[in-house]
Design a protein around this ligand. Sequence first.
Ligand SMILES: [Zn+2]
Length: 212
Amino acid sequence: MTRFSDMLDGYSRFKSNDWQEQRDRWEILGEGQSPKVMVIACSDSRVDPTQIFDTRPGEIFVVRNVAALVPPYETTPGLHGVSAALEFAVQFLKVEEILVMGHGLCGGCKAALTKAMADTELGHGGFVANWISLLDEAQERVADIYGTDSVEAERAMEMEAVKVSLANLRSFPYVQEKENAGALMLHGAVFSISDGDLHVLDEASGAFNAMR
Ligand SMILES: [Zn+2]
């Protein structure tokens, strides 16, 4: 298993190989970033968007959190990390597309589905439970059809979570404005860890279609 000391070895390789080879690129990046796409993904160690989409530094602006969730637009004072990143990406970097990427075998979605961490204390699952309560309504929809204890239910929860985040993105006034004006496109997808397939959401039908 990789430890920090291994990561420092990795850094040495990066600095002497990759970084050297892309010296010109890093020089340009030193002047600023202008990514066109924002990606919201899960913190899960297996679903790194830069790897899955084979992108280079400076190309995608990424936020990762438990279950790849976007909270709704809230005006209450608070420490709104995702909202801050969204605001920066859309209003300052002027990204033109946002992808919400969920994934298979998502522990956060599973906890939302089973409510395994509900009513736990802060530090013992409480923060996770509070965060994934964003999926409570979706959980009811999924549980009504699939129950809470099957692979089908887990997959449905993972797909519903992406749809919830897209709906929440549209609750931000500037996101809705820009989308209506054709200046911002929203996308949803689920990456399957077990087979490497990417399923992209067709919002018109609500279906997630496997990419070839
Ligand atoms: Zn996850």
